[in-house]
Design a protein around this ligand. Structure first.
Ligand code: ZN
Length: 319
């Protein structure tokens, strides 16, 4: 018997200029509109603090639980819940953007964390390409290309497929493109610098750009694209497959067929069901469910047919 509770969460939805309706049609979430871009499934961020919906912590926000019941998270010392898990539906292209690292964000953004992030591609068009990095050879060329609006020359487009996994470091220019549905695991930060927004209007006005801050933080030259993209379509079934271990997080993919048993020994483990349905230790779960397995949870018994993306914080303990 497990004595520790599973922490199920109620997602927070974000309507976006580029959002669509697939979080409703594909994931059966109660979306607020036909322009729903993001589902914040596991979040303790002030811009979308998800509530626990299972006993005994029903109604508490994840940030309050982090403050008051730190033992559930292995007594980690971080001043805030370190990760943020989203599902993103891009009906249209997202702006060309970049995130700062912790050091820059702390100075320039009032103590915020920087943002490292990664994407598991749940679905995308057959010919999908993402913006991942740029072609400028140094900072001077980068400034020239950005100030001169030489976007065709500047932006590096990389073909991707359903089931690819992409790691985006702070300082890497990136953009999700139309038709992509993905799960994002990221540092708990909402700091984005917009470099270019295709000259689109939102409520009749262009959205704010952050060109100078972007130039400050963009890496130049950029590393090669094949260091950012992993093709993880054919993973062993019933295995905790590690997709990445970076400074801030580890991300895993599980393809459950019939039964998979493992031991939860991390300070906490975020779990998001992205396909199928089944049970966890006898409790029903299905596509779209997000939950956290707390510290000391122990034996995890998954049954059914499902795909799960999981993550833990790569801080102090699970290094
Ligand atoms: Zn981003």
């Amino acid at each position: 018997m497990n004595t520790k509770p599973i922490l199920f969460l109620e997602p927070v939805f974000k309507q976006m200029i580029w959002g669509g309706n697939r979080l409703g049609t594909d994931f059966h979430y109660p979306i607020p509109g036909e322009d729903t871009g993001e589902c914040w499934g596991i979040s303790a961020h002030p811009n979308g603090d998800a509530k626990i919906v299972s006993k005994p912590f029903e109604g508490k926000t994840l940030s309050a639980l982090w403050e008051e019941n730190r033992e559930l998270f292995g007594n980690l010392k971080e001043d805030r819940f370190p990760l943020l898990i989203k599902i993103i539906d891009a009906k249209a292209d997202l702006s060309i953007q970049v995130h700062p690292d912790d050091m820059y964000a702390k100075e320039a953004e009032n103590g915020s964390l920087g943002k490292m992030e990664c994407w598991y591609i749940i679905d995308c068009p057959a010919d999908a390409k993402l913006v991942l990095g740029h072609n400028a050879k140094d900072k001077a060329e980068l400034e020239d290309m950005i100030h001169g609006a030489k976007w065709q020359e500047f932006l590096r487009y990389v073909p991707i497929k359903k089931g690819d996994f992409i790691q985006i470091d702070p300082g890497t220019v990136h953009a999700i493109t139309s038709g992509c549905l993905l799960l994002e695991t990221q540092q708990n930060s909402d700091i984005t610098y917009r470099v270019y927004d295709y000259d689109r209007l939102s409520d009749g006005k262009p959205r704010e750009l952050h060109v100078e801050k972007s130039i400050d933080v963009i890496n130049a030259p950029e590393k090669s694209a094949d260091t950012m993209v992993a093709h993880v379509q054919k993973l062993p079934e019933n295995t905790l497959n590690e997709l990445i271990a970076c400074k801030y997080y580890k991300v895993f993919k599980m393809d459950v067929k019939e039964e998979f048993v493992f031991s939860q020994e991390y300070p906490f483990l975020n779990m998001s069901v992205i396909e199928g349905s089944g049970t966890i230790n006898g409790v029903s779960i299905k596509k779209g469910d997000h939950f956290i397995l707390p510290a000391g949870y122990g034996k995890v018994e998954l049954a059914g047919e499902m795909e799960v993306v999981a993550s833990c914080a790569n801080v102090h303990v699970c290094a």
